[in-house]
Design a protein around this ligand. Structure first.
Ligand SMILES: Cc1cc2nc3c(=O)[nH]c(=O)nc-3n(C[C@H](O)[C@H](O)[C@H](O)COP(=O)(O)O)c2cc1C
Length: 167
């Protein structure tokens, strides 16, 4: 699954997503992209209702498009975080969705959600450091497996290669 946090549908980040997707599909994988900009997903309320729930269907009290993402997150082998650099970090839309994954992780347990993941990012400049640190901290603490980081719209071959290596 690809969480596309870019605001522009056909911008620079989309080029990396396209290359990754082509690589993954040609290796026989199924890819589903969520274009977050067009989804109705509210920020986490921090109410901790999910912490007491053991059933995902009732874990989050908010009823919005996050339900679509939760369904795929439950079975996805690989989660791709794709985003432009916005003020030296990931976009707000991608961060909002990541926060909302909390409900699933809290209600069903972190140990059942050890995913492989990929970071795809583009920027006007060259400072990705804060975004990469966010991603690697997330990975490390959740014991996820980092398949690779592609930083820069010109690096489509790397995006293809990482997608194509997923079997
Ligand atoms: C709100 C906003 C904030 C941005 N902040 C940064 C930044 O901090 N550093 C940077 O290098 N580029 C920054 N940029 C430029 C984008 O990261 C860059 O143009 C990116 O490739 C856009 O991706 P897209 O074409 O997929 O929309 C910013 C752009 C916007 C719209």
């Amino acid at each position: 699954m690809i969480l596309n946090g870019a605001a522009r549908k056909n911008g620079n980040t989309a080029k990396l997503i396209k290359a990754f997707t082509e690589g993954a599909i040609s290796a026989g994988n199924e890819v589903k992209e969520f274009y977050l900009q067009e989804m109705n997903i509210n920020g986490c309320l921090g109410c901790e209702h999910c912490s007491a729930a053991k059933n995902l269907k009732v874990a989050c009290i908010q009823k919005d498009d996050m339900a679509q993402i939760n369904e795929d997150f439950g079975s996805a082998d690989v989660v791709v975080f794709a985003s432009p650099v916005y003020f030296w970090t990931i976009s707000g839309t991608l961060k909002t969705v990541t926060d909302r994954l909390y409900a699933q992780l809290r209600s069903l347990g972190y140990s059942g959600f050890q995913r492989k993941s990929v970071l795809l990012m583009t920027a006007g400049g060259s400072d990705y450091s804060q975004a990469v640190r966010w991603y690697e901290t997330f990975e490390r603490n959740l014991h996820w497996n980092n398949l690779g980081e592609v930083l820069g719209a010109g690096r489509t071959e790397d995006a293809f290669r990482i997608g194509n290596a997923i079997k």
